[in-house]
Design a protein around this ligand. Structure first.
Ligand code: GTP
Ligand code: MG
Length: 243
């Protein structure tokens, strides 16, 4: 049996839905409308990966598990990392020093960063790579139906690289994708189509997020026969992702 390891999201409900948490060696995609919690989950998992294994992270007594955060939208906030670290009694400065933050300014830069990670990841005990969002630059740079084929080809190459990175170095990869609440408005754009997921048929987990009342959010797994059906309710709180 292949050994896979999992990182807690901070919500027991969401972890259960994911079959224990975020898996290494694979891509987990969170998609949903604005404010649905994609970026908050990314922040929380970048902290949680640093926890010891018995607490839901991937750190071992001799080595801290580090995270790479590729931010394409400028929505990363160190203050959130601080709050989410204190929650577990972790030293925020230490946690922050173990997150390699990279701002990607366009899709070529975003892809070049991932290429470079093949050199960095094995040297640094990086166990998590986040791309928030994976689709933003591609959508902005390749607008309209006439650019769709070129965009998808490039995006698929990017996703393939991320998938290889996950498998080769036993790291978890999280990507996010903003989709409209009413995807029919974007008929013709596969990244906005039914289910909203980016068109990439690699092994991976796709999680749809929806807003509920107040700070409640609802997660649902999309096309993963090996995971349980149903939905998980979680909350976005001042101290992070919780039940
Ligand atoms: P887009 O990137 O716009 O597509 O949205 P997203 O899915 O990334 O949403 P995000 O994760 O940024 O969630 C935003 C929500 O998180 C806001 O609506 C807030 O309710 C909540 N949130 C953000 N920061 C805090 C905080 O410090 N405390 C609390 N309680 N909630 C917060
Ligand atoms: Mg976001």
């Amino acid at each position: 049996r292949m050994q896979t390891r999992k990182i807690t999201t901070g919500s027991r409900n969401l972890d259960d839905l994911l079959g224990g948490g975020i898996e290494t060696k694979t891509i987990t995609e969170f998609f949903g409308e604005f404010g649905s919690g994609k970026t908050q989950i990314c922040h929380q998992v970048a902290v949680n990966v640093q926890l010891p294994v018995e607490k839901g992270g991937l750190s071992t007594p001799d080595k801290v598990a580090k995270a790479v955060y590729i931010d394409t939208e400028g929505t990363f906030r160190w203050e959130r990392i601080e709050a989410m670290s204190k929650r577990w009694g972790l030293d925020p400065d230490e946690v922050m020093s173990n997150i390699l933050y990279i701002r990607a300014i366009n899709s070529d830069h975003q892809m070049a960063i991932v290429d470079e990670l093949f050199n960095i990841v094995p040297k640094e005990n990086i166990k998590l790579v986040i791309v928030d969002s994976v689709t933003g630059h591609f959508r902005a740079e390749y607008p309209g139906r006439e650019n769709l084929a070129a965009r998808q080809q490039k995006l698929n190459r990017h996703l393939h690289q991320l998938s290889r990175l996950a498998e080769i170095y036993d790291v978890a990869v999280i990507i996010t994708n903003q989709v409209m609440a009413k995807p029919d408005v974007f008929y013709g754009d596969p990244t906005q189509a039914v289910g909203g997921h980016v068109l990439y048929h690699a092994p991976g987990v796709r999680v749809q997020l929806r807003k509920s009342r107040g700070n409640k959010r609802i997660a649902r797994i999309v096309d993963a026969p090996h995971l349980p059906e149903g939905e998980a309710v979680f909350m976005i709180t001042d101290y992070g992702i919780a039940d």
